[in-house]
Ligand binder design. Sequence first.
Ligand code: B12
Length: 336
Amino acid sequence: MAGAGILTPSLLEQLRGAALDEGFIEAGGVDLESAWPIYQDHVRKYDEWLARGNAGEMHYLVRGRDRRADPKLVFPEAQSVFAALLPYRKAPAGKTNPAEGPRYARYLDGADYHERVADRLERAVAKVAAAHPEAGIRWKVCVDTSAVLERTWAALSGLGWIGKNTLLIHPKHGSYTFIGVVLLNASLDASPKLLPDYCGSCTRCLDSCPTKAIEKPHSVDSRKCIAYWTLEKRGELDLSSEQKKTMGTWIAGCDLCQEACPFNTKLAKAAALDPTLDREPEEGAIRFSTWEELEKESELDYRARIRGSALSRVKPEMFRRNLEIARRNSEPPTEN
Ligand code: B12
């Protein structure tokens, strides 16, 4: 283990400061050893979720099960986890008027979050490590790029509670946030800090989901989730015409269960009144998106548009498939 316990301020405080300097809005950490008993509960829930078939065709979630259950299989020297939240835009992405064009999930706005979050985290940790070469700090940054249960680690690090829609919700910053995780070879002298669950008796996220994908509080059946259909499911969408109608005009991802959450609505209202509260500019892959523009777009143009964006997860044939359904759903019902 690295000799980081002697640092003043503590390693955790220094990492937190460096992360906030990089634009993260909240950061915290926890030692693996002290988190272990609670962590086992989350792993059990993960196993139950897989056993119910809720991962659909995301086979990587099954393949990576053991690594998710033990971060030392991802980074053998791991002693602790540092986690941080980066906000993304709260304003709707794409067109809210179905007649004009499709809707996109907000997180797709701007440059690919995998790099946006990872680069900042890498810089933050490297800065602290460079200031203390004697501590021999080594680390691995994971932003949806390794088999790590990111929400669980963020929750154990005190960054929010896991809501009924399964998203990590921060009492002040809501859930429109990316989670970045760093596995470290040093102890952070930190035990789990679980925030209270403020969902209470609210069921707005469950009620808002047109496909009833939140099968019960804290569990999403991906096979029914619009985000899964549009972003992850390859090939044909094996859905009834009724199910296709429930997709509305979502073309990539879906934010309905987040839009319904009171912890987001108040932030979204504030950002609508004062756009400077949305730190990230609207840019990149989703800016041109009227129906007419999309229908004329060639595969080559689509490939150029999605370069460097998280939309690149949606292959051209998937985008065409989603476009066809969303376009049909945008048309007023015909009388017969
Ligand atoms: C697979 C995946 C999906 C799948 C499955 C979603 C799901 N709910 O599991 C699909 C494609 C549907 C999806 C959709 C979205 N995703 Co996604 N996804 C992931 C990924 C890669 C793995 C998640 C996973 O392991 N799921 C399996 C379940 C069982 O795990 P879990 O939900 O994390 O559950 C843990 C805890 O909730 C806990 N738990 C389970 N039950 C209970 C019950 C109680 C009472 C408690 C306290 C805890 C608890 O134990 C579980 C295991 O540790 C993560 C990145 C990562 N590496 O973690 C991103 C991630 C979760 N996704 C993210 C985002 C942004 C989204 C979308 C909002 C995108 C969009 N707008 O379209 C939607 C949200 C839909 C939704 N309500 O989940 C963010 C979430 C950020 C946040 N603030 O929470 C992540 C963390 C990526 C990131 N690095 O920022 N996603």
